[in-house]
Design a binder for this molecule. Sequence first.
Ligand SMILES: *Cc1c(COP(=O)(O)O)cnc(C)c1O
Length: 218
Amino acid sequence: MSLQDIQSRIHDAEARAGKDAGETQLIAVSKVQPNERVEAVLQEGQRCFGENRVQEAAGKWPEFSSRFEGLDLHLIGPLQTNKARQAMELFHNIHTLDRPKLAKTIARLAQELGHCPQLFVQVNTGEEPQKAGIIPAEADQFIRECQDMDLRVAGLMCIPPADEEPSLHFSLLAKIAARNGLTGLSMGMSGDFESAIALGATHVRVGSAIFGARAYEL
Ligand SMILES: *Cc1c(COP(=O)(O)O)cnc(C)c1O
């Protein structure tokens, strides 16, 4: 599917949800995609992209940012504390703040660097042991801890379990955000972004539906 097709499906979903066209931010997930495909989507005017790995992004985006203005880069994969500095220098948004140690490191680096990316707390709504994210029962407390460190939390992010109805997880995430006074909701991927928008997504992360299948999975 083309970028345009995805944009028009997003606009339809926004209309059905009573939102203005363009209210939802489309993050084009370019992980593992060949540079020619990414460049084609840049040429079409897309500026907001998502990457899973700091290292991979560091090899790809400095060059693009010298040629395309106004990039808005989102880290959507797990972040190790020893890569936090590099991530904060490269990305405008981090969606995977999920533990106190990482929050402390980001808070310290924010002081040192004088800036901080927009932050989303990742919630492991399915409580899957292999998946990153804070579990729902600990989310409120963790959000408060982050705020106490002067980190501005923009919202929450989740990746629903592959074999469950995603809308249950989107509703749960929306509920946790609402009770914590947070407005950002990073949820919805190629297969379910329309239902995420219906449940309040402010950011959808769409990869394969825009770029085609990835050559391999991370
Ligand atoms: C890869 C990835 C996506 C995009 O997945 P698609 O199914 O290709 O749209 C979204 N979010 C995260 C966290 C990802 O790792």
